[in-house]
Design a protein around this ligand. Sequence first.
Ligand code: HQG
Length: 178
Amino acid sequence: MDRELISTSKFLSLVLRHSPEKIGLRLDDEGWVEIDELLAAANRSGRRLDRPLLERAVRENDKQRFAISSDDRRIRANQGHSLAVDLGLQPVEPPELLYHGTVAKFLDSIRTDGLVRGTRQYVHLSPDLATAHRVGQRRGQPVIIIVEAGQMWREGHPFFRSDNDVWLTDQVSTVYLR
Ligand code: HQG
């Protein structure tokens, strides 16, 4: 992604995951917003954004963070929300192991409390080591935690997979961490 797309992706993440009210928007219960309304609100707030740029930011997004509705009128974030939105995801059996990228300074707390979702709606888990590595790297030297997701599932913990292949669950107790 070039700089303009990265900046646009960050703006869309802020508005579509966390703080739509910052530009005077409201998401519907499923996290969608009308694209025309989003463009108008963005421009009113001083953000230059038009439909072609928005479409590039969705299409060329490195993590496919956003989705446009099938009628081309609405947009939402695929995951990462702190707002309570219903993504309509059905529980799905995860692979035996999933991965969580973090940094050393959180480990003591994670060993005590397990993985907690913090401000986000879910704990986010990666399907492979390389992805978890990239997630951890956002905060410094990455540390990877292995999650016994299959065992969790068999013991009744729901898992969801977002449209961009991020695994989501409510929390991970220490007994499932390696
Ligand atoms: C840590 C990005 C202390 C956790 C990524 C993480 C992902 C604890 C941080 C997505 C803890 C939360 C989510 C505990 C967890 N004590 N710290 N008990 N349990 N933590 O950003 O998973 O680029 O909310 O390890 O790629 O890092 O935004 O979650 O370090 O997919 O699309 O608390 O966000 O995607 O941080 O990242 P975050 P995350 P995007």
